[in-house]
Design a protein around this ligand. Structure first.
Ligand code: ZN
Length: 404
């Protein structure tokens, strides 16, 4: 079986891209740029590379100009970077793109998300091969550093004139694979808070029952946060239609304080990673945190290390008011006859920045019946899912990019 796939042109191109080790840290993106340039040339597409914020962090834009270039375009985004590997835990070389006897292609980036970057190109090849053109322009964007802070990538790019000149009406970026036969479409992301509770109080000898100790306060706050967490766990477990991103999440990530085992320190700090669903009342939640600090006896300072509150205002509405979505929905139901559900992304991706400049966008990865291996050892993608994904995108773009 695998011999067939070895001769498939699309699989060869996918393997070539996956074999480029664009892995953090200190990524050399030039082999990616060179590869993408060749791909664009082979398809007769417009190729541009921009080095806007840092010489070593290129942004590639490959464009297929539509019949009516004045119409708002469709952006298909992917990031070129991948996260590090622990090679000793892999059963196949992480930059080998080997295909095993089950037709699984193993590589870092097979799911997240270099596969998508070449799938967009494969879709254009399929459309061109059957003699089709599209009404609207497609811009395939390849950005650096999504896996770090996106500072030299999408974060600044969305505010640049080059980005504005793309005149994007709708954008598609990464989603996740699904382990069953239902595609997931992500219409928003959760608000991301990183907060530190600095609990200060009575210091002294560890043998005495002092009042107002920092440890009691830390314990109170941590308990309240985990009670809140439990409500979200219960909600998720009691409703099988809910996904991870449909509920909020808190996790204690850093504990700090204390120097010696028999001395009560003056303070303890607890850092929490908090992700809040778009329909959450953020002001009320913040007030709740302050109330808990007071209930704990005061002397607790809340510091925000990071705070993004735009989750609700940037949600992409997937209803009749969104013609791009309606076109995609028709493709999924009428042309492809597949199951799908809409949900909120558990983590944050580059599409967050795109939605923040008021461009409607979804996260969508067209790979089903595949366990999610993002950032894990032995990341792999079934070759048949890749080829089917090209078919899925062909149908979607035939509808979406032909909206008059
Ligand atoms: Zn990704």
């Amino acid at each position: 079986m695998s011999n067939n796939w070895q001769n498939n042109e699309e699989i060869k191109i996918l393997q070539e891209y996956l074999r480029i080790p664009s892995v953090h840290p200190n990524i050399d993106y030039e082999p990616c740029v060179e590869f993408l340039k060749r791909q664009a040339e082979s398809l007769n597409l417009v190729f541009n590379v921009y080095r806007l914020f840092n010489e070593t962090s290129p942004i590639v834009v490959i464009s297929w100009i539509g019949r009516n270039p004045n119409l708002p375009s469709i952006m298909l985004n992917s990031h070129m970077d991948v996260v590090p590997v622990f090679e000793e835990y892999w059963t196949h070389p992480p930059f080998g793109a080997d295909i095993d006897e089950n037709g699984h292609i193993f590589a870092r980036g097979a799911q997240d998300m270099k596969s998508m970057g070449v799938l967009y190109l494969a879709t254009i090849r399929a459309l061109k091969r059957s003699g089709q053109t599209l009404e609207r322009t497609l811009h395939l964007t390849y950005v650096p550093d999504e896996e770090t802070d996106a500072w030299f990538g999408m974060k600044q790019f969305v505010h640049h004139d080059v980005f504005k000149s793309l005149n994007i009406g709708f954008a598609i970026d990464e989603g996740c694979t699904t382990e069953n036969d239902t595609y997931r479409i992500y219409y928003g992301e959760r608000s991301n808070w990183k907060i530190v509770f600095k609990c200060s109080g009575h210091t002294g000898h560890g043998s005495i029952l002092f009042k107002d100790t920092p440890g009691e306060k830390l314990s109170f706050i941590t308990q309240k946060m985990y009670e809140f967490r439990k409500t979200q766990v219960d909600k998720l477990e009691s409703d099988p239609t809910l996904e991870e991103g449909d509920v909020s999440c808190v996790n204690l990530t850093i504990l700090d304080g204390g120097k010696l085992f028999n001395v009560i320190p003056t303070s303890f700090s607890a850092t929490f990673d908090i992700r809040l669903v778009p329909d959450m009342d953020l002001k009320a939640f913040e007030k709740q945190l302050v109330d808990w600090c007071n209930e704990a006896g005061g002397g607790i300072e809340i510091e925000f290390l990071y705070r993004d509150d735009n989750s609700a205002s940037t949600v992409t509405h997937l209803n009749e008011t969104n013609k791009y979505w309606m076109a995609m929905k028709e493709a999924l139901t009428d042309d492809l006859n597949v199951k799908f559900k809409t949900t909120v992304m558990p983590g944050n991706t580059d599409i967050w920045f795109v939605r923040n400049v008021q461009i409607p966008a979804i996260g969508f990865t067209p790979f089903i019946n595949t366990p999610n291996r993002d950032h894990e050892n032995d990341e792999f993608l079934p070759v048949e899912q890749y080829l089917n994904g090209i078919h899925v995108f062909t149908k979607i773009l035939q509808r979406m990019a032909n909206i008059p």
